[in-house]
Design a protein around this ligand. Structure first.
Ligand code: GLU
Length: 454
């Protein structure tokens, strides 16, 4: 399996979605497992959907997880540039070759005509798709359109009969009837290629051996296969990764929680927990091993163990896993990670820099309860400030009223004042039986005391 090359090819159109990052992770894992190369390519050919700064966020998300790339827009490489907007000539050349060889054709239809066509198809309940109006224009008609100054798009001339097949590493043999395929646009009138042309040209020129990508692209793959054949390129191998759904089994979106990988970073998830969690979205070692180090995952990753069925993104499980990783951190490491957060979040009256030594003493007291690092400032604030602002209602435990709270506090105060030895054992000994005397459950009584003490 030498010379394996995979790529991650995001479109910079928004926040780095955890689903896309899972794709990147699998492509990275496959490359690293096989000692191959992992390429990062920015697919910025849709100017209308592009978002300024999105590529930088993608880089940050990948780096945070520890996914490094061997070639890419910032590091270069033998097959660059790695930004599609800088490779337009290559796509023009390919499009021209396809037209010259009869595999593609210029289409002069106006957007108005296409709109009308779509509406007509809707009205007649016909499947949507280009009606191939320009497919058989004569040379004279084309010359005339060019002379009128209409800039055409270039469309793929899909064969009208037969079928197109490919072998997907995950899905097995896949075949599509050609007559169900659309004469897709390859080159737009603004001179930019569509995703289809650009990704085929680039995957070929960048010598990509394995295309790992989201399941949603599987219906485009037959068109890509036709393009590979028409251009005389050998197609790479394909692996379409299972979808990721929310816990209610609908498409993973904002209503399920954060979708940007950077939001998870903000919320205090550890990158190693996120890495582990994402690796298990569609892949597993043996259906039972959950917590695995990066090295172990790299060592055991294989496409054979990637499932066909959708993976469920469970926020609960992610939280649990993060808690496991947090509990396993060495105290020093934990302190390193929370110190900057405390510096940012503790009230301004707390002296800066925050004392590392002090934090190291506090950490063991709260660590068991922490699931995400962003909880830590709130958990420890009372160790740092003298004036506490809090809602007195937290003194009111379940099924309690203010009289009961009053009695509980006064009685405890009295007893504690009379104690000669003030330690855990003696406190326990006097306080526990007291609960019954004042007609409270132990839990209610101790709850009040805990709030009051902290
Ligand atoms: N630019 C496409 C995307 O962001 C890439 C799909 C592919 O990997 O081929 O989804």
């Amino acid at each position: 399996m030498a010379d394996i090359r995979t790529r991650f090819a995001p479109s910079p159109t928004g926040e780095p979605h955890v689903g896309n990052i899972r794709t990147a992770l699998f492509a990275w894992l496959f490359a690293r497992h096989n000692g191959g190369a992992f390429v990062l390519r920015i697919e910025d050919t849709d100017k209308a959907r592009e978002m300024v700064g999105a590529d930088e966020k993608i880089f940050q998300g990948l780096r945070w997880l520890g996914l490094d790339w061997d070639e890419g827009p910032d590091v270069g490489g033998d097959y660059g540039p790695y930004r599609q907007s800088m490779r337009l000539e290559l796509y023009h050349k390919a499009a021209k070759q396809l037209v010259d060889d009869g595999y593609a054709y210029p289409c002069y239809c106006s957007s108005q005509r296409l709109d009308e066509m779509r509406q007509e198809q809707k009205r007649l309940k016909l499947p949507p798709g280009y009606d191939r109006h320009c497919r058989d224009l004569t040379d004279e008609e084309r010359v005339q359109k060019d002379a009128e100054g209409v800039t055409p798009v270039i469309r793929l001339k899909v064969p009208l009969e037969g079928e197109t097949r490919f072998n997907d590493i995950i899905r097995g043999e896949v075949s599509f009837q050609n007559n169900n395929m659309n004469d897709l646009v390859l080159l737009k009138s603004d001179g930019y290629p569509t995703y289809h042309l650009a990704s085929v040209v680039d995957d070929h020129l960048m010598k990509i051996t394995h295309v790992l990508r989201a399941d949603e692209w599987i219906s485009s793959t037959p068109c890509h296969i036709l393009l590979y054949q028409a251009l005389g390129y050998k197609p790479p191998l394909f692996a379409h990764l299972p979808m990721i759904l929310g816990s209610d089994h609908s498409k993973l979106g904002k209503r399920h929680g954060a979708v940007s990988i950077l939001d998870y970073r903000e919320q205090g998830y550890l990158p190693e927990a996120m890495f582990n969690f994402l690796a298990l979205l569609g892949w597993s070692l043996d259906d039972k091993t959950e917590v695995m180090s990066v090295d172990d995952i790299v060592k055991s990753f294989s496409l054979e163990k990637v499932g066909k069925t959708a993976a469920i993104f469970s926020q609960e499980k992610l939280k649990w896993m993060n808690g496991v990783y947090i509990r396993n951190l060495a105290t020093d490491d934990f302190v390193d990670r929370v110190l900057p957060l405390l510096g940012e979040e503790l009230p301004s009256c707390v002296e800066r820099p925050i004392s590392r030594e002090y934090v190291a003493q506090i950490v063991p007291l709260i660590r068991e309860r922490v699931k995400v690092l962003s909880e830590v400032p709130e958990f420890v604030e009372f160790f740092f400030v003298d004036e506490l602002t809090y809602d007195t209602k937290i003194l009111l435990g379940k099924k309690m009223d203010w009289d009961m709270v009053d009695v509980a506090l006064r009685t405890a105060l009295q007893v504690i004042r009379g104690l000669e030895i003030f330690d855990e054992g003696s406190l326990e000994q006097v306080l526990r039986p007291l609960a019954q005397e004042i007609s409270l459950k132990v839990g209610q009584f101790f709850g009040v005391l805990r709030v009051a003490t902290t």
